[in-house]
Ligand binder design. Structure first.
Ligand code: ZN
Length: 325
């Protein structure tokens, strides 16, 4: 078999990985290309939608009351643009546990955007992020996701389409196309996807891709128990070098990359190693009191995650791409 990314033949480590997010425990084979560091599922399951049904988090409804919506607007505006005289937003950001990683990524290109910018979210789920942007005041927001039940226009004007990005057409070009933990889910050829992104973007537009990476401590440490694998939903996970090949061959340059992992990866992978699914009653993320970890241990994982990000060994990476000029 050839690596879908670098084309190198039969140079793989093979590993068996169980579905442990929803707790099906079905087993899948993944291949790690020793040449480019890309991890890929050997066969894409035909019944993939089974693993996106029910409790899959991207499709939870996101109803909120008015006060929460206002608080979120203040906080999100501040995350995107600290120049605003938004004292309440500043305070809300300081007291919340984590800044929103999606908005922090958009913050890197915020200077180049206006509220009229055309923005596309690929793998948009229920449109939660686009709705946050609408709440801040952005006007032209669209999402595509093949796992949506149908096309939808939300009350805030956000348009969601049930389709693959490869089938998406638009007369006006986008200023920003984003993949927040959706790129690794794509069943389409990643070269075709980035070529499509290239054709949909303005000349000076940006593409943001946040995804897991094998250039990380967590992959090296946990291997088949690494939560970043999310078998079988993650089809391909790239190393930095592997992703550079992909970007270069599709005429993009990587303007910047940084790591935005949290303790989640470390805690969840430790749980997987012990056979505890993410949604299990003893999972820290379901019931912290019944967790196998003490409060102190969780604090240590939080510190470790920050340290790994700072040392470029975090397992979640954010790539900011622009067209080669
Ligand atoms: Zn390869």
């Amino acid at each position: 078999m050839k690596c879908r990314l670098c084309g190198c033949e039969d140079n793989f480590d093979s590993l068996k990985v169980k579905e442990l997010e929803m707790g099906f425990r079905d087993e899948f084979t993944y291949l790690f290309c020793k040449s480019c560091g890309t991890l890929q599922i050997k066969h894409i399951p035909e019944n993939l939608s089974r693993y996106y049904s029910g409790g899959y988090y991207s499709f939870y409804s996101n109803k909120r009351n008015t006060l929460k919506t206002i608080a979120r607007k203040l906080k999100d505006s501040y995350t995107l643009d600290q120049r605003f005289l938004n004292f309440l937003g500043n305070i809300l950001c300081k007291i919340s546990a984590f800044p929103n990683a999606q908005l922090l990524a958009i913050n890197y290109v915020y200077d180049k955007l206006t509220l009229q910018s055309n923005i596309l979210d690929v793998g948009c789920g229920n449109g939660a992020l686009l709705s946050r942007l609408a709440n801040i005041g952005f006007k032209s927001l669209e999402g595509v996701d093949p796992f949506l039940s149908q096309d939808k226009i939300l009350k805030n004007g956000v348009r969601l389409y049930k389709k693959s990005i490869l089938d998406h057409k638009r007369e006006e070009f986008y200023d920003l196309i984003m993949f927040h933990h959706s790129f690794e889910h794509l069943t389409e050829n990643p070269f075709d996807v980035l070529k499509k992104v290239y054709s949909l973007l303005k000349k000076d537009g940006f593409c943001i891709i946040r995804m897991p990476t094998t250039s990380s401590y967590a992959w090296e440490e946990y291997r088949e128990s690494w939560v970043g694998l999310q078998a079988p939903r993650h089809i391909a996970i790239y190393s930095i070098r592997g992703f550079e090949i992909l970007a270069c061959k599709t005429n993009f340059e990587i303007e910047k990359f940084y790591f935005d992992s949290t303790h989640f990866s470390l805690v969840a992978s430790e749980q997987y190693k012990k056979g505890i699914p993410l949604n299990h009653r003893n999972s820290f993320f379901v019931n912290p009191k019944k967790s196998i970890f003490s409060k102190e241990a969780i604090k240590d994982f939080k510190k470790k995650a920050i340290k790994l990000n700072n040392n470029n060994k975090g397992d979640m990476i954010c790539m900011i791409l622009r067209k080669k000029q």
